[in-house]
Design a binder for this molecule. Structure first.
Ligand SMILES: [Mg+2]
Length: 365
């Protein structure tokens, strides 16, 4: 069955893709968030021309064809655009087979444990502890991640003393059975990260994400080797050559690919297989409540080497005004610390009609 048309519905932060086959069957996917308007241009210019009229069934083959034809443009933007195609094709396949995507890839729908993921650095330690405790009491969330250092901060803290204060306070305020994770977003040198790591261990933190600039794996490796704590990373990486190197040289203990940055479910499944074969765990990155988290739910529930929990952004409208009303039914309700993957076909979500009607429309056919 051939691909007949590809439509995009775009706002500056989000762009959805609708794929239609020659028999009229359809699927919905999403490109990676942020600068989605630029990604949508790449989609129509560098993705669609190679796949219109192609048989849809072998996703990997047609996606590789795009990468081969556009081999002068390796990297993030092209893969962000391919993610829109790939996730739309998986939705379509699920709808044709009347199965949720999770069932197509070897898993089962149902509950999945989350960790509440804070995106804020400008928040006071006391306020962070307070909102974690509220989520614990009201929604049963039993794992949280907070931010330390400053983002790509060249060793500087968000303000002096914040990291030490928040690490100690969160440990004091949340009981020992609550899993505590931190993310340094490429802040530290290896020497600094090893010192901070000791503070983390003393305060029952179990996960130290992206301690050093991610583009300098040698630095990260020193931290991984020096500390008895899970050092984690990989969210930005989308090139299999880099992944292979990171896995072979054990740069981190836990690998964190992002389904959308990777170019979709097909490529992240291939990567999960590489990670699993080397005996490592995969705890994917999913930083907002758009389709990236839905796709990650299906993915995480199906892979054999899945980490303990799904990243679940706890930020609301003040931080992510653009994620409001994307879906007609909220797919992210928390029930006793879990989200639920339904048995509806495909991704099991419907895009809000009003959102689509007020977006920029484009079509390739
Ligand atoms: Mg991170």
């Amino acid at each position: 069955m051939k691909i007949k048309k590809l439509e995009t519905f775009t706002k500056p932060f989000v762009s959805f893709v609708k794929v239609t086959l020659e028999d009229g069957s359809t699927g919905i996917g999403q490109m990676s968030t942020y600068h989605a308007d630029i990604t949508a241009q790449i989609f129509h210019k560098q993705v669609c021309p190679w796949i219109l009229g192609k048989n849809y069934e072998d996703f990997e083959d047609i996606e590789n064809l795009i990468l081969e034809k556009e081999h002068k443009f390796p990297g993030s933007y092209l893969l962000r655009a391919i993610a829109g195609l790939d996730t739309a094709l998986w939705d379509l396949k699920g709808k044709l087979k009347k199965l949720p995507v999770v069932s197509l890839i070897g898993g089962n729908p149902g509950f999945l444990k989350i960790y509440g993921s804070s995106m804020k650095r400008d928040i006071q330690p006391y306020d962070e502890a307070k909102r974690f405790k509220t989520l614990q009491d009201e929604k049963g969330v039993s794992a949280f991640k907070f931010r330390i250092g400053s983002e790509c901060g060249r060793g500087k803290d968000e303000w002096e003393g914040r990291t030490e204060e928040i690490v100690r306070l969160i440990n004091k305020e949340l009981d020992i059975s609550t899993s505590k994770l931190v993310d340094a977003n490429s802040c530290y040198s290896s020497e600094q990260a090893i010192e901070i790591g000791k503070l983390l261990i003393d305060n029952n933190i179990t996960h130290f994400e992206e301690p050093c600039p991610y583009w300098d794996p040698e630095e990260t490796k020193k931290v991984t080797e020096a500390l008895e704590i899970d050092v984690t990373g990989g969210e930005q990486d989308c090139d299999f050559r880099i992944w292979k190197d990171m896995i072979d040289r054990k740069i981190v203990n836990i690998f964190q690919p992002d389904v959308m940055y990777m170019g979709g479910l097909t490529r992240i499944l291939k990567l999960a297989n590489m990670i699993s074969k080397s005996g490592f765990t995969c705890t994917p990155h999913a930083a907002n409540l758009s389709l990236v988290t839905v796709c990650t739910m299906h993915f995480l529930k199906a892979i054999p080497n899945a980490g303990k929990y799904l990243e679940y952004s706890i930020e609301g409208e003040d931080y992510y005004p653009w994620q409001k009303n994307l879906f007609s039914k909220h797919p992210f309700n928390i029930i006793e610390g879990n989200v639920e993957i339904s048995d509806d076909p495909g991704w099991g979500v419907e895009i809000n009609k009003n959102w689509l009607e007020t977006s920029d429309y484009n079509i390739s056919e």
